[in-house]
Design a binder for this molecule. Structure first.
Ligand code: NAP
Length: 252
């Protein structure tokens, strides 16, 4: 996979899966813009890890529509083109139905959907306006196994990722005439800050045993699948949802 002369925007690119994806794209020749919400230090470290020149870190809260517009405009101003967008930023906040107040429930649903679903949809909208004029592009959305398997303590997260799957499929149909291809990856648990509390808890061993490989994914394994879906040769995968869960949840 060669991304020489390609430009990439990765939301939530400063840590975890986003960071691994940025490193993988830069290592294959791309110029990369990593978006982050607040962790300046992680963003600075990530840019320093990228091979090649001309990479960017852009602070923006993707749950805010105007911030998304400004972020995409800034990337296009700086790079002159935008070939690939990875909608990776996401949050996974507990709000169990049997012990959350109604106010906390509202807050979790609003924040989770605004980040994981509407935020990604707004990034798609702003990027697509440019990609349509440019004559093509690639969008890869980072969903989750939870969309299929359920998330008992984070139901808004499961719903947001199911919505993201549907968004990707609808946009694959709408954008194919413009040579814009849309793919989705659906990881199970991955070794990142988001999951570390669960993996190091008493439930950690059982989580690993969900896979016959007795482990969870490494961020680099998810990154590899993202690069595949973004590659020139993978255009006909448009609309697909690729499971990356070590056979921990099999669907037909
Ligand atoms: P992570 O380590 O928690 O990193 C999340 C990244 O998203 C951070 O860079 C964070 O920015 C950014 N972010 C969060 N909210 C944002 C917002 N409103 N605006 C801009 N950036 C925002 O997460 P991860 O594990 O790498 O997860 C990446 C994606 O994979 C998510 O969509 C997640 O749902 C999905 N996923 C993860 C797992 C897992 O087990 N880890 C499993 C399935 C799917 P800051 O650095 O500034 O905080």
């Amino acid at each position: 996979m060669d991304f020489t002369d390609k430009t990439v925007l990765i939301t939530g690119g400063a840590r975890g899966i986003g960071r691994a994806t940025a490193i993988a794209f830069a290592g294959r020749g791309a110029r990369v813009a990593i978006n982050f919400r607040s962790n300046n230090e992680a963003a600075r470290e990530t840019v320093e890890m990228l091979s090649g020149e001309g990479h960017l870190a852009i602070r923006a809260d993707i749950s805010q529509p105007e911030a998304v517009r400004q972020m995409v405009d800034a990337v296009i101003r700086e790079f002159g083109q935008l070939d690939i967008v990875v909608n990776n930023a996401g949050i996974f906040e507990p709000h169990p139905i049997d012990s959350s107040s109604y106010e906390a429930w509202q807050e979790s649903w609003n924040q989770t959907l605004a980040t994981n679903l509407t935020g990604a949809a707004n990034v798609c909208y702003c990027a697509a306006q440019h990609m349509i004029r440019q004559g093509g592009g690639r969008i890869v959305n980072v969903s989750s196994r939870g969309a299929f398997r359920g998330e008992p303590a984070q139901p808004a997260y499961g719903a947001s990722k199911a919505g993201l799957n549907a968004l990707g499929q609808s946009l694959a149909l709408a954008l194919a005439p413009y040579h814009i291809f849309v793919g989705t990856v659906a990881p199970g648990f991955v070794e990142t800050d988001m999951a570390i509390g669960y993996l190091e808890s008493d439930a950690g061993a059982a989580i690993k045993q969900q896979s016959p490989l007795n482990r969870v994914a490494r961020p680099e394994e998810v990154a590899y699948a993202i690069l595949f879906l973004a590659s020139e040769q993978a255009g006909f995968t448009t609309g697909c949802i690729l499971d990356i869960n070590g056979a921990s949840y099999l669907r037909t």
